[in-house]
Design a protein around this ligand. Sequence first.
Ligand SMILES: [Zn+2]
Length: 86
Amino acid sequence: MYPQYRYTPPPSKESDMTSLLSPEITTADSLTERCDRCSAAAKLVVSLTSGGELAFCGHHANRHREDIVRVAERVTLEEGFDWASK
Ligand SMILES: [Zn+2]
């Protein structure tokens, strides 16, 4: 037996965009982490929505910026670092 009414959620492009592209961005005086990719001093630390953290130097922060904003819950930038996605 089928239910009489089938609920179809309306397309919610706007709320999807918001949740995908707006990590909270904060700055710190200095970061002690090292880049996970190349071990240079980190300029950006990502707190992942899935838990855990990733650190990136300036070079890799910019190179992976699209991936970072997609998985980040919070982004911490070193003071003075000019991140392309900020
Ligand atoms: Zn790096």
